[in-house]
Design a protein around this ligand. Structure first.
Ligand code: 13P
Ligand code: ZN
Length: 274
């Protein structure tokens, strides 16, 4: 047995590789964190190394004190996760105050959690509250089509949510609450973490202008599926704009969107309709 036989480790590594295969993770682009269940921590604990030193964060979330997170490493390539997990990903423990982490497994040779760990951590903090503890995953990727949309659409939640909903019929069912948008900011620090987590109070997915997308969810499948659905809708949006030269003859109307929401029993954000 090794830690790599534990199911959550296998599922997490598979999710990283799936993202690589989608083309969302050039070089070290993107990062994935998973808040582990108590039983998953116990299944992994026999394989933990001696903990490293605590590293203080510029952000704090006391209600995440004592949690354990699986995280991709800063500067590590999603492409390599399946080949070399121990150097590419790791498990970090959060201190009781909720303002520091320490590596207990992986991230070998002194690697650190993703540079976006502050954003992941604050997003977890907000989504755990917004979902009564159900949220476990924060996933950041660099899918080309959603990034391209941030050059041609106003950077508002309404403009993005509506354009995506109208690009594929399943979208209003998969993310009836819409998506948030953060304008261009320097990545990797507390400022962008705060701006993103503010959006995550309302939205389960947040676009980073000219950079990528953050998705949240209760498990790896649902969160990966949300990223996939949004990016596919963005691809359709861009295809329509480029093939049609910006001219749209017909689309999914606001009445259509409301009809889908009614039949599928989801609460669409109606203030995003015209
Ligand atoms: P990391 O390699 O530190 O995870 O950074 C990648 C990235 O996408 C930054 O936004
Ligand atoms: Zn990024």
């Amino acid at each position: 047995m090794s830690i790599l036989d534990v199911k959550i480790m296998q599922d997490y590594i598979r999710a990283c590789n799936d993202g690589w295969e989608q083309g969302w993770h050039e070089r070290n682009g993107g990062n994935l964190t998973y808040r582990m269940r108590a039983e998953e921590v116990e299944a992994c604990r026999p394989y933990f190394n001696a903990p490293r030193e605590w590293v203080k964060m510029d952000v704090c979330a006391p209600h995440l004190g004592g949690e354990y997170f699986l995280t991709t490493g800063s500067g590590k390539f999603f492409r390599n996760v399946v080949l070399d997990p121990a150097h590419s990903i790791g498990i970090v423990e959060i201190n009781d105050e909720g303002n520091a982490w320490r590596v207990v497994w992986g991230l070998e040779n002194g690697a650190r959690p993703t540079s976006e760990f502050p954003s992941h951590f604050l997003n977890h903090a907000v989504r755990v509250k917004a979902t009564d503890g159900a949220c476990r995953v924060i996933y950041h990727a660099h899918p080309a089509n959603i990034i391209a949309m941030t050059y041609t659409l106003p950077l508002t939640a309404k403009a993005f949510s509506r354009a995506l909903w109208q690009s594929a019929t399943e979208c209003p069912v998969v993310f009836p609450g819409g998506v948030g948008v953060v304008p261009w900011m320097v990545p990797g620090g507390a400022d962008i973490a705060l701006a993103t987590s503010k959006q995550m109070e309302e939205f389960e997915a947040v676009v980073w202008a000219h950079h990528g997308l953050f998705c949240s969810g209760p498990d790896l499948d649902i969160t990966f599926g949300l990223m996939h659905t949004i990016e596919k809708a963005a691809e359709i949006y861009n295809l329509v704009m480029s093939t049609g030269g910006g001219k749209v003859l017909q689309t999914i109307t606001d009445e259509n969107l409301l009809a889908i929401a009614k039949d599928f029993g989801v609460q669409l954000r109606e203030d995003f309709l015209d």
